[in-house]
Design a protein around this ligand. Structure first.
Ligand code: DGJ
Length: 512
C-alpha cells in the first residue's frame, strides 16, 4: 500500500514520516522560474543534487501553467517533476504558486489576471489598486481551492512512489505598501464584529470592533485573519483529496518593522496566534531566513505547535552550521537554502542588487564560496548518523553547539562524568560558523561532530583527577557505521580541533 507522508509525535518530538520511516529533508529550493523547463532542470538540478547530498527538492507548481484555460488542466510540468524525482530517487516538496507569491498575484492564470472585475484586487487607502488579488475575493479563493484540489487529486492518482512528501500553500503572503486592504468588501468586513475565535473566551459584548479588540494592531490582525482564512479554505480543499502535510512560509517581520514594509497579514511572529486559530490545516509555518540572526528566527518558529521547517534560507557557508543545528537541536523536518542550483552552476545566476534590496535580503547570504562542499558534507553526515540521532534525541546524552555571534567564544557542555569545553574558532569568509554535536555514547565514550572549534575535556567540579584519552580516533561515518581514518596519539592527541569541513572524533576517556 502507498504510504502518505505524515507528521507524528514521537515522545514529544514532531517527526516527519516518509515511506513509513522517520525522515529529515536535506533539501534545497530551486529558483522561482526553474520548473518551467523540465529538461534544463534535469541537466542542471536533478542530476547534480548528489553533489551536495540533497534528498529532497523544493519546486514550484505554477497555477498559470496548470490551468491555462479556465477549467482545463495541464499536468505536464508536474508529471515531469514526478518522473525525475523517481529517476533520481529523490523526494519533492511542492510549492503551490497560486493566488499569492511574495505578496503579489503574479502566478494566477491569464484569464484571472485579465478579469479584475470578478477577481478584484486589494486597494490602498484612497483606492489605488495593488497587483494582489484580495483575500476577500471569494470567487478567486474558490478557484484557487479548486485548482489546488485538482493538483492534489493528480498527485494522489499518479505519484506511485510517494515522491511528494509535503506541499507549501502559496508563498510569503501578505500585503506590501499597506497595513490592510481598503476595497469595498474589506471595508464591509472590517466594519463587522471580530470573529469570536479571535476573542478571549470571557468576552461578553455582542459586537467588538477590530479597533476595540486590537488597537494599533487591528489592521495587521485583520489582514492575517483574511489571508489565513483563505489559505485554510485552499489547504483543506486539497487535503480533502489527498491528505499530504501542508504548510505555508513567511516573509519575516524585519526592519523597519511596520506592517506593509514587510507583508502585512503574513504569519510573522506576533501574528502566529491568528494563523494558528484560522488555519488549522497548516501543520506549520516555515520561516524564510535571509537575515544574519538565523538562530533567533529558528527559535521563534520552533514550537510544540510549529515544528521547525526552513523552506528558504541563506546559502553562504554559514548555512551549513545552521543546517546542523536545525536538524539536531531543533529537530527540523526540512532545511533548504534558496536557489540551491547555484551551488552546482559554473556561473551562478546572481540575484540583481535591486531584487536583493527590494526583498530586504542580506547580500552576504548569497555568497557561495565553500557552501557546496561544506553543506554537502553536513547533509551526508546527518544522513549517516540518523540512527544515532533517533536513538539519542531528546535525552541528556546529546548536546549541540553553535557560535551565535562574533563575540561568542565557546560553550561548556555538561555530561555525567565530564564537562566538555568547546572553544569556537573565529569565522572567516567562505567558512562556516562553529557548530556541532556531542553524543555521550557511554559514560566515558564520546562522539563529537562539528566544525570550526577545539575540544577539551574536564572532570566534574570537585573531582581533582586528570582526564586523558584511552583512545582517540578521527574518522567519519559510512553506510551508517563509524570508520576510523586515523588513530591519534602523541602530537595529534594534544589538540582536538575541527576546521572548515565537518569532522568527527570518537574519544574514550579515563581519569587518573
Ligand atoms: C523569497 C521568496 O520567497 C523567493 O521566492 C525568492 O523570491 C527569494 N525571496 C529571493 O530570491
Amino acid at each position: 500500500m502507498k504510504y502518505i507522508s505524515e507528521i507524528k509525535n514521537d515522545n514529544g518530538i514532531p517527526t516527519l514520516y516518509v515511506d513509513g520511516q522517520p525522515f529529515q529533508a536535506f533539501a534545497g529550493e530551486v529558483h522561482n522560474s526553474a520548473a518551467y523547463d523540465p529538461e534544463k532542470m534535469e541537466t542542471e538540478i536533478w542530476s547534480k543534487m548528489e553533489q551536495s547530498n540533497l534528498n529532497t527538492l523544493i519546486v514550484p507548481v505554477y497555477w498559470e501553467t496548470l490551468e491555462p484555460e479556465e477549467g482545463k488542466f495541464d499536468f505536464a510540468l508536474v508529471d515531469a517533476l514526478l518522473k525525475h524525482a523517481d529517476k533520481y530517487k529523490k523526494k519533492l516538496i511542492l510549492l503551490w504558486f497560486g493566488l499569492w507569491k511574495n505578496a503579489e498575484s503574479a502566478y494566477v492564470p491569464g484569464w484571472m489576471k485579465k478579469n479584475s472585475e470578478t477577481y478584484f484586487r486589494v486597494e490602498l487607502y484612497g483606492g489605488e489598486r495593488l497587483n494582489t488579488i484580495s483575500p476577500l475575493c471569494a470567487a478567486a479563493v474558490e478557484k484557487d481551492a479548486n485548482a489546488f484540489s485538482r493538483l492534489m487529486e493528480h498527485i494522489r492518482d499518479t505519484d506511485e512512489n510517494s515522491a511528494v512528501i509535503m506541499v507549501q500553500i502559496e508563498k510569503e503572503v501578505g500585503l506590501l505598501g499597506t497595513e490592510r486592504d481598503y476595497c469595498a468588501q474589506a471595508e464591509e468586513v472590517f466594519g463587522r464584529s471580530v470573529p469570536e475565535i479571535l476573542l478571549p473566551e470571557q468576552t461578553e459584548k455582542e459586537r467588538v470592533t477590530w479597533k476595540e479588540a486590537f488597537g494599533d494592531d487591528a489592521e495587521e490582525v485583520f489582514s492575517a485573519w483574511c489571508f489565513a482564512s483563505a489559505l485554510e479554505q485552499i489547504a483543506s480543499a486539497g487535503k480533502g483529496k489527498h491528505p499530504l502535510p501542508c504548510f505555508t512560509n513567511v516573509w519575516l517581520k524585519q526592519f523597519p518593522w511596520y506592517p506593509g514594509s514587510y507583508p502585512s497579514g503574513g504569519p510573522v511572529e506576533d501574528m502566529l496566534w491568528v494563523w494558528k486559530a484560522a488555519a488549522p490545516s497548516l501543520f506549520t509555518i516555515g520561516p524564510d531566513i535571509y537575515v544574519p540572526y538565523v538562530l533567533d528566527i529558528m527559535n521563534v518558529y520552533s514550537r510544540p505547535d510549529n515544528p521547525l521547517l526552513v523552506p528558504e534560507v541563506r546559502k553562504d557557508a554559514v548555512t551549513a552550521s545552521y543546517a546542523l543545528y536545525a536538524f539536531l537541536h531543533f529537530h527540523a523536518l526540512c532545511y533548504a537554502p534558496f536557489g540551491v542550483e547555484d551551488l552546482w552552476a559554473d556561473q551562478p545566476s546572481d540575484l540583481p542588487a535591486e531584487v536583493i534590496d527590494a526583498l530586504k535580503l542580506d547580500p552576504l547570504s548569497f555568497n557561495l564560496s565553500g557552501t557546496k562542499e561544506i553543506l554537502g558534507e553536513v547533509y551526508r553526515i546527518l544522513g549517516e548518523i540518523r540512527p544515532l540521532y533517533l536513538k539519542y534525541r531528546g535525552t541528556e546524552h546529546v548536546k549541540c553547539f553553535l557560535k551565535q555571534s562574533d563575540g561568542d567564544q565557546g560553550c561548556y557542555l555538561k555530561f555525567k562524568n565530564y564537562n566538555i569545553e568547546i572553544q569556537y574558532l573565529p569565522r572567516t569568509d567562505g567558512a562556516p560558523a562553529a557548530a556541532g554535536v556531542v553524543f555521550e555514547l557511554d559514560e566515558n565514550t564520546f562522539l563529537i561532530i562539528g566544525m570550526m572549534c577545539s575540544i577539551r575535556f574536564h572532570t566534574k567540579p570537585g573531582d581533582h583527577r586528570r582526564v586523558d584519552f584511552l583512545t582517540k580516533e578521527a574518522g567519519t561515518f559510512h553506510v551508517g557505521k563509524w570508520v576510523c581514518e586515523q588513530r591519534q596519539n602523541g602530537d595529534e592527541k594534544i589538540v582536538s580541533v575541527l576546521y572548515n569541513m565537518p569532522g568527527c572524533f570518537r574519544i574514550e576517556t579515563f581519569k587518573y
